[in-house]
Design a protein around this ligand. Structure first.
Ligand code: TYM
Length: 342
């Protein structure tokens, strides 16, 4: 098993990132470590190169990268069990991206919903990086022969593209029995794959939402968490006893989903407990389980984030390992394309 995944170091780590992705990263890391299986490994990275696809502030990128390392370690990513690094220290990501741009098709990229969403009405003014972003994402996972890629639902399309690119490259340039790339499988959690904004049940919880009240950050303290939950959009009806009763009530569904994901219960079990109750009772209970679960994470985060030396050391060590892990695949990709390499 080769588990590979990344997160952009822009803004705070929020509850959507945690429940949709990071919690599964930690679980896969710990399962692999416990299995002791030779050759199985996790690589997790900060997708700092992806961050320049949108207007950005260099000082914020630098601070955000270090904070995100602290946040991931606080969540349970252990640099002694997983390879933890940032893309910018591993040039093979951008090298492989270029090699793959010969294989990726304009039509494939034109279909990417993230590009459509983020460029909006200003397509002509969007950066080339925003358009070619999914090719870099393909390089990120193909470079390491990823077998499993734990992500939230919004990254599914990008991973399907990575598979298409790998398949076409293998078909076009490799012998059948010696493909250069492994086709990666997305791992999308059955629950919490798409946590929605606290202000709008039809928009996903996101770092780029201008409203801080739309998301719970892993650095929020208990008072702030309770405030955000109490102010979360809901409706005037009581919670139903059956899941079907949440249909057409996106905000209610989202809050119940969060409760279920945090406590490890099913949505049906949560409704068994709270069915018939209004939000006046449910919201404080939700605020409490959230604050309880996130308190140790935010305490660790506060301790770690000011230790610049340790954070730099974690990234340097991770990058050295990542460079080594990716070297053969990059070399094989160059060779398959006919490049002369000493
Ligand atoms: P990013 O930084 O937007 O998000 C990091 C991870 O969090 C998940 N996520 C969510 N899950 C559930 N509900 C939400 N509201 C929510 N918001 C975010 C994302 O699905 C993701 O798993 N392009 C990627 C980073 C990336 C990457 C990669 C991921 C770059 N290269 C290679 C996997 C493999 C991104 O911007 O994720």
């Amino acid at each position: 098993m080769r588990v590979v995944s990344g997160i952009q170091p822009t803004g705070n780590l929020h509850l959507g990132n945690y429940l949709g992705a990071i919690r599964n990263w930690v679980k896969m890391q710990d399962d692999i470590a416990a299995s002791g299986e030779e050759g199985s490994e996790c690589l997790f990275f900060l997708a700092d190169l992806h961050a320049i696809s949108m207007p950005h502030d260099p000082a914020e990128l630098k601070a955000g990268t270090l904070e995100m390392v602290a946040a991931l370690v606080a969540c349970g990513i252990d640099p002694n069990k997983s390879v933890l690094f940032n893309q910018a220290q591993v040039p093979a990501h951008t090298e492989l991206q270029w090699l793959l741009t010969g294989t990726a098709r304009m039509g494939w990229l034109n279909r990417m919903t993230q590009f459509k969403d983020k460029s909006g009405k200003n397509r002509e003014g969007a950066s080339i990086a925003l358009f070619s972003y999914p090719v870099l994402q393909a390089a990120d996972v193909l470079l390491y022969q990823a077998t499993h890629v734990p992500v939230g639902d919004d990254q599914k399309q990008h991973l399907e593209l990575a598979r298409d690119i790998a398949q076409k490259f293998n078909n076009d340039f490799c012998e059948e029995d010696t493909p250069v790339f492994t086709l990666p499988e997305p791992y999308i959690p059955p629950q919490a794959a798409r946590i929605m904004s606290l202000r709008d049940g039809s928009a996903k919880m996101s770092k780029s939402d201008p409203s801080e009240m739309s998301r719970i950050n892993l650095s929020d303290d208990a008072d702030m968490i309770m405030k955000k939950v109490k102010k979360a959009k809901s409706d005037a009806d009581a919670l139903p006893s059956e899941k079907a009763g949440l249909e057409g009530r996106p905000e209610a569904l989202n809050l119940v989903t969060i409760y279920a994901a945090i406590t490890g219960e099913s949505v049906q079990t949560v409704l068994g407990e709270f069915g018939g109750e209004g939000f006046g009772k449910f919201k404080p209970a939700l605020g409490e389980v959230l604050a309880e679960t996130l308190a140790p994470i935010s305490a660790r985060f506060r301790d770690l984030k000011s230790d610049r030396e340790s954070l730099d050391a974690i990234l340097a060590r991770g990058a050295a390992k990542a460079r080594e892990r990716g070297a053969d695949t990059l070399d094989n990709a160059y060779k398959a394309l006919g490049f002369v390499r000493g």
